[in-house]
Design a protein around this ligand. Sequence first.
Ligand code: PAF
Length: 275
Amino acid sequence: MRIISTADELRQHLSKEASIAFVPTMGNLHEGHLKLVSIARAQGQCVVVSIFVNPLQFGPSEDFDKYPRTLEADCAQLQGLADVVFAPSVAEMYPAHQTVFVEPPAIANELEGATRPGHFRGMATVVLKLLHIVQPQAAVFGKKDYQQLHIIRKLVAELNLPVNIIGCETVRDEDGLALSSRNQYLSPVERSEALFLYQTLLGVRQAILKGEKNLEHLQQQAVEALAARGWKVDYVAVRRQSDLQPTGLADRELVILAAAKLGETRLIDNVELSL
Ligand code: PAF
């Protein structure tokens, strides 16, 4: 496995590869990332994983500085699974002050975007840059970041990028908590409470499957149940899968998304639902 830190060297190294499958990450890898890598393995002869904590997608009061950077341990985990790790510095990715950005679709201002203004603009900009540098035939992203995956699909379709975007199911701990690099910020007490976010989503899904039609009420109930246990809730929202717009249940393919803070740690999760 090669570890490369500059775009020029990476391009040169990849120039003779027949097919490339790519997994962009911010490092601090866990089983969820390794699942993405194993899916990538089935998609291309050469598997490239990028590790880059992208400053553009963090707001001023977010955890950019404290985001765990564990390159050595990440590379050890990727041995035998990936062919190339691309780990550029911030100066390599943004040699000049970045003045050109990807303007994501309007949905980027809702849900995650309502709490994290500019997040998807920074995310879409770095993903486009990485896709240009790596030039993969396929790229794999987790469904845990459901809105991110949706925006990346729009980016690739509307900017005519020749890359197949593959969504991977969320990997969960045994009790159901979605794996996330941010879970390590949780205290032991918070860790056991954290599961309640997923349970709340499952409860909403169950209610809809049982025929509950009043989605506003369901969403409100879920917010109140979380708040009553001390969560600071950003949203619990039932949306249609195709464009993440609100649904009136005429749609059959839905997704329930939530984001909430437990202590200082902000968690997100979602569950899909077919009627
Ligand atoms: O999901 C992530 O880890 C990041 O948003 C991504 C896609 C690597 C872009 O920085």
